[in-house]
Write a protein that binds this ligand. Structure first.
Ligand SMILES: NC(=O)c1ccc[n+]([C@@H]2O[C@H](COP(=O)([O-])OP(=O)(O)OC[C@H]3O[C@@H](n4cnc5c(N)ncnc54)[C@H](O)[C@@H]3O)[C@@H](O)[C@H]2O)c1
Length: 348
């Protein structure tokens, strides 16, 4: 298969797990356990090649990606060594990349900014993945427009509205480029678990009266989610969870707090209160523990390969089947069971 040439915007924890994942699953005779789709339309993770990367932290800019992914403040677990990739992290424009709450953790590089579109063109990147902090909404728009200028498809893993912004989506359409977003779904995330539990209960005739799902995490992103994007995240998650029920009820999902010693781990707390036969009460009180960054890897592998297919099929603008499968805030939401079927149909 031809290589899928990818540029990474932001070399944080997600990027660290994604790049290690490519190494991990590309070793000869590597077990493919942990992947939802070891092969997708003929492509394996080994076919993904990182050709460019942008960041603003002085501990990452100028380094080869193989070293930059292990630089502070990244704290995603190291699962394998990564050989020199021959890709130096370029200094992108800062814009709103660092918020008040995260500035103590980030060391801003004094190196001059590169021209992002020119760097993308020179690297021959076909797809750019936005892995900026969730609060970097101006930067997300900037990189989306630079990707259009460079003829790159765009994947927006952040909760900023790019694919679900009709104006930006139209700009990708006009440029004959596919687009996917917004806010990547985890491989096994708290939103999916919450939706599945509610659907299971509701399909069994239980009436849900109240439910919440709250997170505690230790990655830099948890600080941003706590302050700059608290409301956006809460709205996206609550809306996604509410779509699992056919009636309105009290739902809160997505508020986060930061506990530094958790490192890249995330604890998700679920509370569900409902009633079943003859108004009998039922309660579920659950804690789910996982590590954040590796949870994005498998879905990113799928979405990258699907967007490569979209490029090859000359699809333009937001690709609904991919957005609904891989993102919490797609431009068009599908029912859980339709999501899988539409994605399978698309990649077939
Ligand atoms: N499981 C997951 O981790 C998951 C799931 C869904 C969505 N996401 C989203 O993915 C994004 C990345 O998450 P993360 O944990 O890797 O975050 P992170 O904070 O670890 O990484 C962000 C990186 O962006 C860099 N950056 C900041 N401003 C920049 C700029 N202007 N130009 C270039 N680089 C810049 C930072 O220095 C940092 O290296 C977040 O928006 C998050 O919401 C992650």
């Amino acid at each position: 298969m031809p290589k899928i040439k990818v540029a990474l915007i932001g070399v944080g924890n997600c990027a660290a797990s994604f790049i290690q994942g490519i190494q991990y699953y590309s070793k000869p005779n590597a077990s493919q356990l942990g992947l939802r789709n070891p092969v997708l339309a003929g492509y394996t993770p080994k076919d993904i090649e990182i050709v460019a990367a942008f960041d603003i932290d002085s501990r990452k800019v100028g380094l080869d990606l193989s070293e930059a992914i292990f630089a502070k403040p990244n704290n995603a677990p190291k699962v394998c060594d990564v050989p020199n990739l021959g890709v130096k992290v370029a200094k992108g424009p800062l814009l709103d990349g660092v918020g008040e709450s995260t500035q103590a953790l980030i060391e801003i590089s004094k190196v001059s900014d590169v021209n992002v579109a020119e760097t993308l063109i020179a690297s021959q990147a076909e797809i750019a993945i936005n892995l900026l902090p969730s609060g970097a909404s101006d930067a997300a728009r900037f990189y989306a427009l630079q990707s259009i200028a460079a003829g790159c498809a765009f994947i927006n893993a952040t909760p900023n509205f790019i694919a679900s912004d009709p104006v930006l989506s139209q700009q990708f359409k006009d440029a004959n480029l596919p687009l996917a977003g917004d806010d990547l779904v985890d491989q096994i995330g708290s939103t999916a678990l919450h939706k599945t539990l509610l659907k299971l209960l509701s399909d069994s005739g239980v009436h849900i009266n109240e439910t919440y799902q709250l997170d505690v995490g230790g990655g830099t992103e948890s600080i941003d989610t706590m302050e700059r994007t608290r409301d956006t995240k809460r709205n996206i998650k609550t809306e996604a969870v509410a779509a699992a029920l056919t009636y309105k009820t009290e739902i809160v999902a997505g508020s986060t707090d930061y506990v530094d010693f958790l490192q890249n781990k995330r604890d998700s707390y679920f509370w569900i209160s409902g009633t079943y036969f003859c108004n009998t009460p039922l309660k579920i009180d659950l804690k789910f523990q996982m590590v954040d960054a590796p949870n994005a890897g498998s879905v990113l592998f799928d979405v990258v390969r699907a967007i490569k297919i979209a490029r090859d099929k000359s699809q333009k603008g937001a690709v609904n089947a991919v957005c609904a499968y891989g993102f919490k805030h797609p431009p068009k939401r599908l029912a859980i069971e339709e999501t899988e079927a539409e994605f399978a149909k698309f990649v077939a």
